[in-house]
Design a protein around this ligand. Structure first.
Ligand SMILES: [Zn+2]
Length: 439
């Protein structure tokens, strides 16, 4: 399996001011090139096709005085910017329409202030990087320079003259640079410092697939998963639940601290906590994804994608509590992390739309079902009572099995042998159902 990863290496601090000035003018010119293309995208409503590029290539090349290859890469960048802008704008229009329909004035006002902006709306403020490919740039290992083991070599604005940029990779960067294949790179300027973002490909040997792991990301933000093997009944060890108790705990404490600081109007420490919440969530999501990947040797990991769940639960549909829970639910990031971590160890992933997976009975396929509580599922057709998250997981995973025979003999297993799963079922004291007597 191929994994693509961007490695961000700082430019060496020993770079001379002369080289820096060459770098400055080069990146300024390519930014100008992207801007020139962007203006054409706006004026002629280009879609970014090959024909679009051919039509204006010569004139842009003449206008910004860049090489043909660089002009092309500027086009690619501008095209990407306009594509992302149009997608973001489409999603925004959809939300505005919903807000208008629902008469949500406060929300609408907020939305209208957040309209996505066209590329270069505020002029050419920062520098926009382009991807350097092998035609006019390379990352090379240097044998001569003791100080820096890697350099970037790029064409400059003067024909035939190349610029050598010393890099300052950390041990971590070095390992990655040695292991993978360098595809292209960007020169990025952040806070007055240059970085080289290297796009790399890594070959990870594919693991043979003997089983499917169905994964359900619960709204309660726990990850339920079930390992399904063709033609084999489920065993108690096939079920697992990862709770996010630690993450909740950390976040709650953090929020309490923020509230205290706000009350006492201590702005300085508040400022320092600004990104902390995000970092904590990211850290725990990454950890959970690593666990999923590690537990899925020789399996296909199938994560149900709760598409449209946030849109379907618009404001004013009477489910305010559910919506509040959903607002902080970062399933997009969780799925992305699981995909990344699985790819790193050669485990393939799929993310099908999970509509109906929680309403369908995995044993008989009926949708005539109900939730006895948030976590307990009941089927009216075959009278199955089951852990709701595991029921979804089995539905999600079994779509990728050649035969659905594992659906047999799954009763009583949803909690057996799994302490955490048992706790989840057992923490519903007011619902008398078959599971309660079991443990
Ligand atoms: Zn059923």
């Amino acid at each position: 399996m191929l994994v693509v990863k961007t490695v961000k290496v700082p430019v060496h601090y020993s770079i001379t001011t002369h080289k820096l000035s060459i770098l400055n003018s080069l990146t300024a010119r390519t930014t100008h090139g992207i801007w020139a293309w962007s203006e054409l995208f706006k004026k002629h409503e280009l879609k970014g096709s090959y024909a679009d590029r051919q039509l204006f290539h010569a004139s842009v090349k003449e206008q910004v005085k860049l090489s043909g290859a660089m002009t092309q890469c500027c086009f690619d960048r501008a095209s990407w910017m306009w594509r992302s802008y149009r997608e973001a704008h489409k999603a925004w229009r959809r939300e505005v329409a919903i807000a208008r329909r629902e008469g949500e004035k406060k929300w609408l006002r907020k939305l209208l202030r957040r309209e996505p902006q066209e590329p270069f709306t505020n002029g050419m403020r920062g520098k926009v990087p382009i991807w350097f490919d092998s035609r006019f740039g390379a990352i090379e290992a240097s044998k001569h320079m003791k100080l820096c083991p890697y350099v970037a070599r790029v064409s400059t604005l003067r024909k035939g003259i190349k610029l050598t940029i010393p890099l300052n990779p950390a041990e971590y960067h070095l390992n990655l640079l040695k292991r993978g294949i360098i595809k292209s790179f960007q020169l990025v300027k952040r806070d007055d410092k240059y970085y080289v973002h290297v796009k790399m490909e890594f070959h990870v040997p594919d693991q043979p697939v003997y089983a499917v792991r169905g994964v359900d990301l619960g709204v309660k933000r726990s990850i339920a998963s079930v390992m399904l093997r063709p033609n084999q009944p489920l065993r108690s060890t096939d079920f697992s639940i990862q709770t996010d108790g630690l993450k909740r705990d950390r976040l709650n404490r953090l929020e309490k601290r923020i509230a205290e600081l706000q009350q006492s109007r201590k702005w300085e420490p508040l400022k320092r906590l600004r990104h902390k919440r995000l970092h904590v969530s990211e850290y725990y999501d990454r950890l959970a994804a690593k666990q999923v990947a590690a537990a899925s040797q020789n399996a296909l990991v199938v994560v149900g994608h709760p598409k449209g769940i946030k849109y379907e639960n618009f404001k004013g549909n009477g489910k305010a509590r559910l919506r509040r829970t959903l607002a902080h639910w970062t399933y997009g990031r969780e799925i992305h992390y699981i995909q990344e971590e699985c790819a790193k160890v050669g485990v393939p992933t799929e993310t099908p739309d999970e509509r109906w997976s929680s309403q369908t009975c995995h044993r008989c396929g009926s949708r005539h079902t109900e939730r006895i509580t948030q976590s307990i599922f009941h089927c009216w057709n075959c009278e199955l009572v089951y852990n709701a998250d595991f029921n979804s997981s089995i539905n999600i995973g079994s779509r990728f099995l050649p035969t659905a025979t594992t659906r047999r003999a799954t009763d009583d297993l949803a909690y057996a042998g799994n302490e955490q799963a048992r706790e989840i079922v057992a923490c519903e004291p007011r619902s008398p159902h078959p599971f309660m007597g079991g443990s």
